[in-house]
Ligand binder design. Structure first.
Ligand SMILES: NC(=O)C1=CN([C@@H]2O[C@H](COP(=O)(O)OP(=O)(O)OC[C@H]3O[C@@H](n4cnc5c(N)ncnc54)[C@H](OP(=O)(O)O)[C@@H]3O)[C@@H](O)[C@H]2O)C=CC1
Ligand SMILES: Nc1nc(=O)c2c([nH]1)NC[C@@H]1CN(c3ccc(C(=O)N[C@@H](CCC(=O)O)C(=O)O)cc3)C=[N+]21
Length: 305
C-alpha cells in the first residue's frame, strides 16, 4: 500500500482564505480589525523565521500584526510589563509569546500572565482547564491543525484507537484531549512507555510529537493507519553538498521515517508541508475567534474545534 499524502500546505491555504473572508466581514460590517501581537525574546534563528512568517501571513489575511522583539537578557519584570500593556490594548485580540524562552525567564509565569481570552496559543492554565473539561476555550494551534486534517481525512473519529507519542503541554497533552473529545480511545506514549512499537501498531490514528528525527519506522505503523507527523527536526543533509562557508547543508525531517511509513499507512502528513503550515493558519484562525468573542459576535464557522 502507498499512503495518500495529506497536503498541509494546501489545507492551510483554505483555512487562511476562510480567515481572510471573515476578517473582511468584521472590518466592513463592524469596523473591527483583528490584531495579533507576537513577542520574541532573544535571537534564536529558527524562532526569527517563524515569527517573520506569522507576521507576514497575519497581514496577508487583513489583520494587524504587532511584533515585539526583546533582547535575550530582558528581565522578567520588563516582559510581564509588556504583557500587561498588550492585555490592556483593545487593538490586540491575540498575544503569542514565542517559546522556548531564555532560561532565566519562567515560562509558566509568563504564559499565565496573558489574558486567557487573548491567549491564542491556548497555553494559559485557564484554557488548559477549559479544554480538559469540555468547555469553550482557546485551543492550541498545532493540535487544532492536526484535528482539522484528521476530521477532513476520516470524517468521524469516533471509536478509533489514537496513539499520541509525546506528552508535552504544547502538543501531546492537548492533542490527546481533542482526540478524546472526538470519542477516540486515546493512548499517550512517552519516553518511559514499554513496548512502544507495539503500542503504536495498535493505532488507527498515530500522532508523533517527539522531537527525535525519524524515530517512528514503517514497521511501527498499522496498515492503513492515518499518521500525523508533528516533528520538525533540522538534520545534516550531506547529499545536498556544502554551503559556501564549507559547512554541510541541512534539511527538515519529521519524527516519522517517511518513506517506510508511507508504504504501510493509509494517509500521512509530510515534513515540511504538513502540520507546520496548519499551525500558523490555526494561529490566525484563533486570532479571528478571539476578536469575535471579545466583541460578542458569532464565531467564524469551521475555524474552531
Ligand atoms: N509543526 C509544528 O507546528 C510544531 C512542531 N513541533 C515539533 O514537535 C516535536 C515535539 O515538540 P514538543 O512537544 O514541544 O517536544 P518536547 O520535547 O516538549 O516533548 C517531547 C515528548 O516526546 C517524548 N519522547 C522523547 N523521546 C522519546 C522516545 N525515545 N520515545 C518516546 N517518547 C519520547 C518525551 O517524553 P518524556 O515526557 O517522557 O520526556 C516528551 O513527552 C518537535 O520536533 C518540535 O519541533 C512543536 C510544536 C509545533
Ligand atoms: N508560543 C509558541 N507557539 C507555537 O506555536 C510555537 C512556539 N511557541 N515555538 C516553536 C513552535 C514550532 N512551531 C512551528 C510553526 C510553524 C512551522 C512551519 O511552518 N514549518 C514549515 C517549514 C518551515 C521551515 O522551512 O523552517 C513546514 O513544516 O512546512 C514549524 C514550527 C510553532 N511553535
Amino acid at each position: 500500500m502507498t499512503a495518500q499524502i495529506i497536503d498541509g500546505k494546501a489545507f492551510a491555504e483554505t483555512v487562511r482564505e476562510k480567515v481572510a473572508a471573515h476578517v473582511a466581514r468584521l472590518k466592513e460590517v463592524h469596523g473591527i480589525t483583528p490584531g495579533l501581537a507576537v513577542v520574541l525574546v532573544g535571537e534564536d534563528p529558527a524562532s526569527q523565521v517563524y515569527v517573520r512568517n506569522k507576521g507576514k501571513q497575519t497581514v496577508e489575511c487583513g489583520m494587524n500584526s504587532y511584533e515585539h522583539k526583546l533582547s535575550a537578557d530582558t528581565s522578567e519584570a520588563d516582559l510581564l510589563a509588556l504583557i500587561e500593556q498588550l492585555n490592556a490594548d483593545p487593538a490586540v485580540h491575540g498575544i503569542l509569546v514565542q517559546l522556548p524562552l531564555p532560561d532565566h525567564l519562567d515560562s509558566d509565569l509568563v504564559i499565565n500572565a496573558i489574558d486567557p481570552t487573548k491567549d491564542v496559543d491556548g497555553f494559559h492554565i485557564s484554557n488548559v482547564g477549559l479544554l480538559g473539561t469540555g468547555q469553550k476555550s482557546m485551543v492550541p494551534c498545532t493540535p487544532l491543525g492536526c484535528l482539522m486534517m484528521l476530521r477532513d481525512q476520516l470524517g468521524s473519529l469516533s471509536g478509533l484507537n489514537a496513539v499520541v507519542v509525546g506528552r508535552s503541554n504544547i502538543v501531546g497533552k492537548p492533542m490527546a484531549q481533542l482526540l478524546l473529545r472526538d470519542s477516540c480511545t486515546v493512548t499517550i506514549a512517552h519516553s518511559r512507555t514499554k513496548d512502544i512499537e507495539e503500542v503504536c501498531r495498535r493505532a488507527d490514528i498515530l500522532v508523533a510529537a517527539v522531537g527525535r528525527p525519524e524515530m517512528i519506522k514503517g514497521s511501527w505503523v498499522k496498515p492503513g493507519a492515518t499518521v500525523i507527523d508533528v516533528g520538525i527536526n533540522r538534520v545534516d543533509a550531506p547529499e545536498k553538498g556544502l554551503r559556501e562557508d564549507g559547512t554541510v547543508k541541512t534539511k527538515l525531517v519529521g519524527d516519522v521515517e517517511f518513506d517506510t511509513a508511507a508504504e504501510v499507512a493509509g494517509a500521512i502528513t509530510p515534513v515540511p508541508g504538513g502540520v507546520g503550515p496548519m499551525t500558523i493558519a490555526c494561529l490566525l484562525a484563533n486570532t479571528v475567534t478571539a476578536a469575535c468573542r471579545a466583541n460578542d459576535l458569532p464565531e467564524p464557522e469551521g475555524l474552531t474545534a
